[in-house]
Design a protein around this ligand. Sequence first.
Ligand SMILES: Nc1ncnc2c1ncn2[C@@H]1O[C@H](COP(=O)(O)OP(=O)(O)O)[C@@H](O)[C@H]1O
Ligand SMILES: [Mg+2]
Length: 430
Amino acid sequence: MSIDPEIGFTADIIRDPSRFVGRTELIQGCMLAINAPTGLISVYGKRGVGKSSLLRQIQQMALGEYTLAKNAGIGHLIPLKPRKYLTAYYSCDSLIADGKDLLSRLCNDQSAEDSLLRLVPDEGKEIVEFTRSKEVSAGADLKVVNWGAKGIESTKYARAVPGDIVQTFRNYVDAIVTHQVKKRMKRDGLLILLDEFDVIKNKDGIGSLIKSLTTPEVKFAICGIGRDLSDLVNDHASIERLIEQGVLPVKPMPLPESEEIITRAVELFKGAVQFESGIGTKIAQIGQGYPYFVQLIGKKCINELNMRNATLVDQDIFDKVVEDIKSGKAFPTLEAAYQMAIGNSGDRQILLHLLADQNSEQISSDEVGRIVLKSARQDAEELNVQYVDQLIPRLIEKKYGPVLERVPERQGIYEFVNPVLRQYIRLREF
Ligand SMILES: Nc1ncnc2c1ncn2[C@@H]1O[C@H](COP(=O)(O)OP(=O)(O)O)[C@@H](O)[C@H]1O
Ligand SMILES: [Mg+2]
């Protein structure tokens, strides 16, 4: 019988704490931040490293659901009376122009489980408690089961002020705090979680906006791609006092932690699948600290297992999966990005591989992942690649990916935008 790979592996954001692996120090940091009366929580790191999944775990803990911390062995650090919140969760997109635009989105989003609007008291609207994980004892949040006969119209208890989105937002939040947070659910506050925060176009003043909206009852958590907090909030001087706690950089996973993704998957498969000893380590090594890649390879192994009607992922299955990666058959999305970057040029292909293979020893250790164009150029010339300068633009142009991104203020130093793609290129044979 065919086994569903999704039982053990997923390429999605992890919401269920029982699927979340490792990250003990970050979880500890999250607990401190959640339980501080004021402050901003910020989660940043590279693509595919596990930011959004951590953000969803912050949401769980904010609801009072601390299974994750207990399982991570830091249950003793849970406060006696943890602060509990109601939560709203919103994923930003690049059409959001600025801070005000963001507030307007928050006031209009209609997700039944995650929107801010669902919490605004309104006649006719029915909301019920629900838990965000399978645990019976889990902390509850509220969700809408019926928006009411009059549709979505939140003017009953919270006044929308035409032309003043900041005030409208304040009114909504005040109404939520008074009626839902305090009266109905008896919580300590409202936590507004904002994912993909980096894509907001103009971040001028966004720090001071967040600061002005943050109170002991209202807390923000922002999450996005970045090297540091200033990639998410450019006026971060204004939030200095908010960030004593809650700055959470997500780094690539250590090898044993990546390996644990496989162990955890085996548990989740409940005996239907085994991995031959040593295979987990090999998958973790290929993953290079990026849980996304580990999950993808795990899934592929299960697919191959199903083809063979077997239950043990052995060396043979692993080899087949690696073979498929090398030949470009395993991951269509990564393969498409690879082909798009190359754009039918054998020379560019060589250059791209040289760049991906470059080891970062020549630059300092806090710059791991960066590459020096000059040395790739020399190597390329040795391999008779011509017109290197004409090959590069496609690699940094947005419409072709981009694959590379210039590191600001560091001449000639670039970085792969997607570290998982870099690792894929390293494995890819040509
Ligand atoms: N702690 C974790 N344990 C297991 N898998 C994880 C963990 N964090 C992330 N993943 C997996 O990695 C992939 C990327 O996670 P995601 O949170 O979307 O990363 P990001 O937001 O940084 O791009 C997903 O497939 C997710 O299932
Ligand atoms: Mg994400």
